[in-house]
Design a protein around this ligand. Structure first.
Ligand code: PGA
Length: 220
């Protein structure tokens, strides 16, 4: 049975009270996860709350951040650095198209972020928009997220996503796992995870509803 990564990307959503309500409804301890690794990537403001919850409830959830500063500690107003993230999380999303497009993050900046993640022992979930997006050295976990599929209810076809995943692995020998992201739901998740070259999913909108995300995990 291949390993499957099921990653929630909450983006810029949920207050503390809303996250607590989500956690109360997210009965993950009742599931048999077997080969499935569940990673939740909340906004920075919620990492501490989720970490406490995980420890107190012996929850199998792993935490990820949604971004990392390209710099270390110091005078970088507004940034959260790798050392700070590592107190709470083991993974970090880097290169999401929303950051490339809204915050002008270019390949050079993203490579610096990957370096920072490596330095602090954080695993990058590096997002690419096609097989042609450059993947920085040392990344072993990539998420293929075509822009047309994000938040649109219009996912890529499993066949094409599988083909792109295969090409990404062939082009980048260090890449061991490729996830698919873009309009994944509990209804279509299996059509992606059953493909040979797809090792999991990155889930936005459908992860904001605790019971729907549980169904995504169950059906994956
Ligand atoms: P979506 O977002 O599931 O809402 O399409 C996925 C993502 O952007 O990571």
């Amino acid at each position: 049975m291949k390993k499957l990564f099921i990653v929630a990307n909450w983006k810029s959503n949920l207050t503390k009270a809303e996250a607590e309500d989500w956690l109360a409804r997210f009965k993950i301890n009742d599931l048999r996860l077997k080969n499935k690794k569940v990673i939740i990537c909340p906004p920075f403001t919620l990492l501490s709350i989720l970490k406490s919850y995980i420890l107190n409830h012996k929850s199998p959830i792993t935490l990820g951040a949604q971004d990392i500063s390209p710099f270390g500690e110091g005078s970088y107003t507004g940034e959260v650095n790798g050392k700070q993230i590592k107190e709470f999380a083991d993974y970090v999303i880097i290169g999401h198209s929303e950051r490339r497009n809204n915050f002008s993050e270019n390949n050079e900046m993203l490579a610096r972020k990957v370096e920072m993640a490596k330095f602090h022992n954080l695993r990058s979930i590096f997002c690419v928009q096609s097989e042609d997006t450059p993947v920085p050295e040392g990344v072993f976990l990539v998420a293929y997220e075509p822009v047309f599929a994000i938040g649109t209810g219009n996912p890529d076809t499993p066949k094409n996503a599988d083909k792109v995943a295969d090409e990404i692995k062939k082009k980048n020998r260090a890449v061991k796992y490729v996830l698919y992201g873009g309009s994944v739901t509990s209804k279509n998740v299996k059509s992606f995870t059953q493909m040979q070259n797809i090792d999991g999913v990155l889930v936005g909108s459908a992860s904001l509803d605790a019971s729907e995300f549980l169904e995504v995990i169950k059906n994956a």
